[in-house]
Design a protein around this ligand. Structure first.
Ligand code: FMN
Length: 433
């Protein structure tokens, strides 16, 4: 590849119906329980050389909009949600190179359970598992697990730092070379190389060793999305890849520079964590066909402002249904996703809530595959790296094919993304360039 290549990933809205009500989604409303679509999608993304597919998750049904579950259930907004580990293992079984990244929240999985689950997935995938490491953002979710609510935002990250010490300790509880598997001596495992961790912290306690055996990759690829200052501090300490929701090139550049500086502060190599930025291109055979589709998408957002706000409310715990759609947004605070709310507020300026929503979901990546490939190249050139996370609001076999069989070949032609995987394992491919 001659130009500086970048990485690609896809953000899948959980294990479930993806884009209810959107055109070209076939019979997904009846077929979603059996994940044929997800499996085909993972295979298509692998054919296109993607680094990974990230499976979003939350473990509750939204009800922050007008204190009701109605809008969420009626419109399939982040519901249903199957357990991502099951679909992740089916995706693993039907692919051979792409990284698979299920989301597990630290408040919902005790560290031992998480370390064992993820190590098992890493083993059965021969080293292709990542973990989207999230701390959770909703009291509704916390109440499904016997808690009254989630701890305060920054405290969640303090707890998560400790959580990482426990799971890293458990993954290291098997020294390299512990598995002997020598028929002659009859020794399967060298017991001197498997150790208890006896971890006792402020929030967590675990004895170890891990009974699943070690991860193939030593530890899974850690994905993180903390966007607040405390979140970035956490992510830059632990993550191999960071996904960010900022969209303007200037913001991308600043975000990446900030993360890289923080990595160095932690004594890490700045190239060892890949920052991917969300992108939702609109593609067409011609520029005017793409523009027409953009108008359709904008019109659909304008007609469904409440649904978008319900979604935003779910991740920020704000009842947007109680606010006047035609008045400017006032001060808003959240114990949920702070960076997302800040970005929404920043882009809203003095606009009305309705206009703010329509503006927030607008995309500049519109045109033929070749044109969009050129736009992406310019953005990466300016931001400095490291790639894009596709987060399409209208996921279907059609939109996946538009990317994997339209846009990606155009990017490959420019030498901007890989054509084949260089390695077998996920982290190795992530560090290839
Ligand atoms: C692309 C992306 C994907 C995310 N996926 C999930 C997810 O699946 N589950 C979840 O609970 N939070 C998810 N988050 C939220 C983050 O983990 C984090 O809580 C959020 O970015 C707010 O962090 P902050 O409060 O530090 O800004 C995601 C965020 C982004 C930007």
């Amino acid at each position: 590849m001659s130009a500086k290549p970048f990485h690609l990933a896809w953000f899948l809205q959980g294990s479930s119906v993806q884009a209810w009500g959107e055109p070209w989604t076939g019979n997904i409303g009846r077929e979603w329980m059996v994940p044929k679509f997800f499996i085909e999608m993972a295979q298509s993304l692998e054919r296109a050389g993607f680094d990974y597919v990230l499976l979003e998750d939350s473990s509750y049904i939204g009800e922050s909009f007008k204190n009701s579950r109605e809008i969420y259930l009626k419109n399939g907004l982040a519901v249903p949600r199957q357990d991502p580990s099951v679909v992740a293992s089916l995706m693993v079984a039907s692919t051979s190179r792409i990284g698979i990244v299920p989301t597990f929240a630290t408040f919902a999985y005790p560290p031992y359970l998480l370390a064992r689950l993820v190590a098992t997935l890493d083993q059965v995938s021969s080293g292709r598992i990542g973990w989207n490491m999230v701390t959770g953002s909703s009291d509704y979710a916390a109440r499904n697990f016997g808690l009254d609510g989630l701890p305060e935002h920054d405290l969640r990250y303090d707890m998560a730092d400790e959580y990482m010490q426990v799971v890293n300790g458990l993954w290291d509880s098997w020294e390299p070379g512990a598995i002997v598997a020598d028929r002659e001596s009859g020794v399967l495992i060298d017991h001197t190389k498997v150790h208890a961790i006896n971890y006792e912290g402020k929030f967590y306690k675990s004895r170890g060793p891990l009974n699943s055996g070690p991860c193939v990759q030593g530890r899974p690829v850690i994905a993180q999305a903390g966007g607040s200052p405390r979140g970035r501090q956490f992510a830059s300490q632990h993550a191999d890849t960071i996904v960010a929701s900022v969209k303007s090139v200037q913001a991308m550049k600043e975000y990446r520079a900030d993360i890289r500086a923080r990595l160095v502060e932690h004594g890490r190599n700045a190239d060892h964590c890949k920052v991917l930025f969300m992108a939702d291109p609109i593609l067409g055979e011609t520029a005017s066909a793409a523009q027409e589709r953009k108008q359709l998408r904008d019109a659909s957002i304008a007609a469904n402002v409440e649904q978008r706000l319900a979604f935003m409310g779910k991740i920020t715990n704000i009842d947007f249904g109680a606010l006047d759609l035609d008045a400017p947004l006032g001060e808003l605070k959240t114990n949920g996703h702070q960076a997302t709310l800040d970005e929404f507020r920043r882009r809203a300026g003095n606009k009305s809530l309705r206009e703010a929503v329509v503006g927030y979901y607008k995309t500049d990546l519109v045109g033929t595959p070749d044109h969009v490939a050129g736009q992406m190249a310019e953005m990466m050139e300016e931001a400095g790296g490291d790639g894009f996370l596709f987060s399409m609001p209208n996921v279907s076999r059609r939109t996946v094919a538009e990317v994997t069989d339209g846009l990606i070949p155009a990017l490959q032609k420019r030498g901007l993304v890989r054509e084949t995987y260089a390695f077998d394992q996920f982290r190795q491919n992530l560090l290839e360039f």
